[in-house]
Design a protein around this ligand. Structure first.
Ligand code: PMP
Length: 390
């Protein structure tokens, strides 16, 4: 019974159960934390807090072990078969992870005349670092092609044909989101791999997928996976880059000598344990089902437009399931105003441009984003408030 399963898990989130009059629908911005993560933070800080350099005393040793153990934990969580080659580097989050790859790895990889392909509708965090790298490498003739992959309203996916047309023999690096932070579509990484060929490096912005659906590097054939701990139930300021190190030079990020975010790393280990015990595949089903319920309800309301809703799938597109993110617009009410109206009814949503890199979404939207603590009742209540504004 998925309902009973979800009720039990929802009870693990004190901020959610403590505010039954509110509905948190902004998990794509940051996720709430289960009690196990809160307990781990408290326990770590009250029993083991120390720096992680090799020490001669118990707390330092425990912290060093925690950091190394969590590196392996992250790799295992990402389905890394553990061949010993890949590395896990801790960062403050996705933005820092992507910048670290651009700064510390990309210059040693790219050759004169190479092209980087970046989709224009991605989060700015996955566009700006590559443009900055290009500026620094300009004299070597490296080009960044911000590929206009107009979000095909109706496909729920990027336009993979456009990608295949624009990716050429000089395309050696592709940055892409896994799950789009506004449209909720799964970007179908296997098709991106087919479009760019076996030799290009694919760097995956997994900010909206890790912790929400199973992410398996064995299945995806990507070279980098970058994510934020805070969107995966851990503390802000934690996150990681997983690097395969098969295509191109080894990933040796700078900054190893600084103090890592030890308590963030402790929270990340606890969060991944919690997610594995809950079952990430079941979390995906739950949030995708809620998103379907919401889009089904919205389609009956004439006043609303759903962004990127898979209404009519292109004939050659395999059906991509929308993940737990739905962005919408009212035909007459400004999205910012709609956000305020919804909060007056207890709904916490995000309403703006969502840091999107392209200029195509100027008018903004209201984004409803879900996690395991969200309920059918919240979606139905939201739909009835939206209907009343029709
Ligand atoms: N990429 C995507 C797809 C995101 O949704 C976000 C967060 N909104 C980021 C990158 C940036 O993540 P962070 O702020 O944790 O660095």
């Amino acid at each position: 019974d998925p309902g009973a399963w979800q009720r039990e898990l929802r009870a693990h989130f004190p901020i959610v159960t403590g505010h039954p009059e509110l509905a948190y629908l902004d998990s794509a911005a940051t996720a709430q934390k289960p009690q196990a993560v809160l307990d781990t933070v408290q326990t770590y800080l009250t029993t083991s807090n120390a720096n992680s350099a090799r020490g001669t005393y118990t707390w330092a040793n425990r912290t060093t072990e925690l950091v190394e153990r969590t590196r392996e934990r992250v790799a295992r969580f990402l389905g890394d078969p553990g061949t010993g080659g890949p590395v896990v580097h801790f960062t403050g989050g996705t933005t820092e992870g992507l910048r670290t790859i651009a700064r510390d790895w990309l210059p040693g990889f790219l050759r004169d005349g190479d092209e980087i392909v970046v989709p224009d509708a991605d989060h700015q965090a996955n566009i700006v670092p590559w443009l900055e790298a290009q500026r620094q490498l300009a004299r070597e003739g490296v080009r960044v092609r911000v590929v206009p992959m107009p979000y095909q309203s109706g496909s729920g996916d990027y336009d993979h044909r456009a990608l295949a047309e624009r990716a050429g023999p000089r395309t050696r690096f592709v940055a892409t989101t896994h799950v789009h932070h506004v449209y909720g579509g799964d970007m179908n990484v296997q098709r991106i791999r087919r479009a760019v060929g076996p030799d290009a490096v694919i760097c995956l912005d997994a900010a909206q997928s890790v912790g929400h659906l199973p992410v398996s590097v064995a299945d995806l054939d990507v070279d980098f996976v970058v994510f934020s701990g805070h969107k995966a139930l851990a503390l802000p300021g934690s996150g990681a880059v997983w690097a395969r190190q098969a295509r191109g030079p080894a990933f040796v990020p700078g900054g190893w000598s600084g103090t890592p975010n030890t308590v963030g790393i402790a929270s990340l280990e606890a969060a991944l344990d919690w997610l594995d015990a809950a079952g990430v595949d079941r979390i995906e089903r739950w949030t995708a089902d809620l998103a379907s319920r919401l889009t089904d309800g919205l389609r009956r309301l004439d006043a609303y437009e759903i962004l990127g809703c898979p209404l009519s799938l292109a004939a050659d597109a395999p059906v991509q399931r929308r993940q737990g993110i739905v962005s919408l617009r009212h035909h007459a009410i400004d999205s910012g105003d709609l956000g305020f109206i919804l909060f007056s009814h207890g709904f916490m949503v995000r309403s703006d441009h969502h840091c999107q890199g392209d200029a195509g979404e100027k008018t903004g939207s209201v984004r409803v984003s879900l996690h395991v603590y969200n309920t059918v009742e919240e979606i139905d209540r939201l739909l009835s408030v939206l209907a009343s504004l029709g």
